[in-house]
Design a protein around this ligand. Sequence first.
Ligand SMILES: NC(=O)c1ccc[n+]([C@@H]2O[C@H](COP(=O)([O-])OP(=O)(O)OC[C@H]3O[C@@H](n4cnc5c(N)ncnc54)[C@H](OP(=O)(O)O)[C@@H]3O)[C@@H](O)[C@H]2O)c1
Length: 253
Amino acid sequence: MLPAGLRPRGINEVGWEDGEQIGRSGRPSGAAVEGVAVTRRVLVVGASRGIGKELVRQYLGEGWRVHATVRDPETGAVPAAPGDQLRIHRLEVRDRDQLADLVAVLGPASLDVAIHNAGVYRAPRAEMMAINAEAPIRVAEALLAAGSIAEGGKIVLVTSQLGARRGRQGSLGDYGDSKAALNDALRDRAADWSRRGVIAVVVHPGWVRTDMGGSSAPLSVEESATGIRELIEGLTAEDHGRFWTWDGREHPW
Ligand SMILES: NC(=O)c1ccc[n+]([C@@H]2O[C@H](COP(=O)([O-])OP(=O)(O)OC[C@H]3O[C@@H](n4cnc5c(N)ncnc54)[C@H](OP(=O)(O)O)[C@@H]3O)[C@@H](O)[C@H]2O)c1
């Protein structure tokens, strides 16, 4: 049973045509071209619950066109949106076929921002590494290879402060190791991704009251998502390849 006001939406349920683009100027969002407002476009991967769902809600509220992915569109609850503002896509982030389908549907220069938020905290180590470390990089590289990110667009991979080694050499635990591996992968690819004209970062969302963060976490999803959006808005080329917190501070590796 879905909470009131929420409803599942099928992958092609929303009425906009495949390949339709708004604001294909290649400029970062917020710009106006020849007096015409450009609708900004964001992809949120892992939008069924928690921080990802709140990011979708807030971006919709700000008038962005939102692509949201959920593992199961039949049960994944995301906020409803008028008209063609929201499009739901099926994506289990380890599924290469579903990723290929998503990239094909998005089309070139279709995004100003892509946020890989999906993650797990309790799972066998191999699963944790596949979801938290390998999938975000594979998703980002698929988007880059297809030219889905507009010139000057942003890729944001949600990591955790528990993946910060801070000089330690031993294991950080399975979850910490998976996020550390994600952080390492971002740094490894930063130069290449920069040449492709995007700004890419890893972001710690804070300790947040979600299914993952638990009820004693100090931050609400609203606070975390608001901070993440503001951080993204302010990112410049100088911030590329670095580790940030939801409240705009640089985090040590
Ligand atoms: N909450 C915190 O305190 C905290 C702190 C540091 C970092 N983080 C990070 O922030 C991100 C969001 O966390 P959250 O607290 O919002 O977690 P959450 O409430 O547990 O939600 C996790 C989201 O990831 C999706 N997901 C998990 N595995 C997936 C897969 N294999 N394919 C596609 N989607 C998948 C889930 O979809 P389903 O509904 O289908 O499971 C859900 O939408 C994660 O990357 C997490 O590691 C959270």
